[in-house]
Design a protein around this ligand. Structure first.
Ligand SMILES: Cc1cc2nc3c(=O)[nH]c(=O)nc-3n(C[C@H](O)[C@H](O)[C@H](O)COP(=O)(O)O)c2cc1C
Length: 207
């Protein structure tokens, strides 16, 4: 019987690109044998801002059924895969706000020894995908997390070119998530599940 693995896919998305990647990664982790929770970070923007952008309003409606993330999802998870669009080369305030609610769990040592990984999207090709993922990973180090990035561990990584995590160039929202990004999502999800299982089994054998 393989070791059971709980994966939380926690993301923020305004206009749906990162939401599409999150759904794909959640499905891929499930296909790799994990129990999965797909969770979205709470919106912080005013309703007027959302309503002023049809793609934003449509994504809010399309993802209303996805539960909002809570700190309990972090406790439940053996692996946490975090997704955020780029904001000036950085993590969105919405995802960061959720991370910033975790001080109590961090202090109690409850965020350590889990696997973490991340994904992102930008408008432009050099718009800050790597800087966003590296900024996200700063927090993982503070948690005492085990970072499992995809690296160039699959031939497809030499095509998509981002060893830091799955990423997508969305243009002005007119470039939907396609085969290349979906392949990156699958490779990353499978790698996270594989190493989480190995870590969990190894730690159990130690104790
Ligand atoms: C305030 C703000 C800052 C942004 N900064 C960047 C940026 O630095 N580089 C970039 O390529 N795209 C930037 N974008 C575009 C988004 O990252 C891009 O549209 C992303 O794919 C949207 O993902 P989503 O559909 O999941 O919301 C920015 C968008 C906003 C609203």
């Amino acid at each position: 019987m393989p070791t059971s693995v709980n994966v939380a896919v926690i993301y923020y998305s305004s206009t749906g690109t990162v939401a599409a990647i999150a759904r794909a990664i959640a499905k891929d982790a499930e296909n790799a044998g994990a129990q999965v929770r797909l969770r979205r970070a709470a919106e912080l923007a005013p309703q007027a801002a959302i309503d002023s952008n049809p793609a934003w309003a449509a994504n809010a409606e399309a993802t209303a059924d996805i539960p909002e993330v809570s700190p309990d999802d972090m406790l439940w998870a053996d692996a946490v895969i975090l997704g955020t669009p780029t904001r000036f080369g950085n993590v969105t305030a919405q995802l960061k706000q959720f991370l910033d609610t975790l001080g109590g769990l961090w202090q109690a040592g409850k965020l350590a020894d889990k696997v973490y990984s991340g994904f992102t999207s930008t408008s432009t090709a050099h718009g800050g995908q790597e800087s966003t993922l590296l900024a996200l990973y700063n927090t993982v180090h503070h948690f005492g997390g085990i970072l499992v990035a995809p690296g160039y561990t699959d031939p497809s990584k030499f095509v998509d070119g981002n060893p830091y995590g799955t990423s997508h160039v969305a243009g002005q929202g007119d470039i939907p998530v396609g085969e290349q990004t979906l392949t990156a999502a699958r490779v990353q999800a499978e790698r996270v599940v594989k190493f989480t299982r190995a870590l969990k089994a190894g730690l159990a054998a130690e104790n």
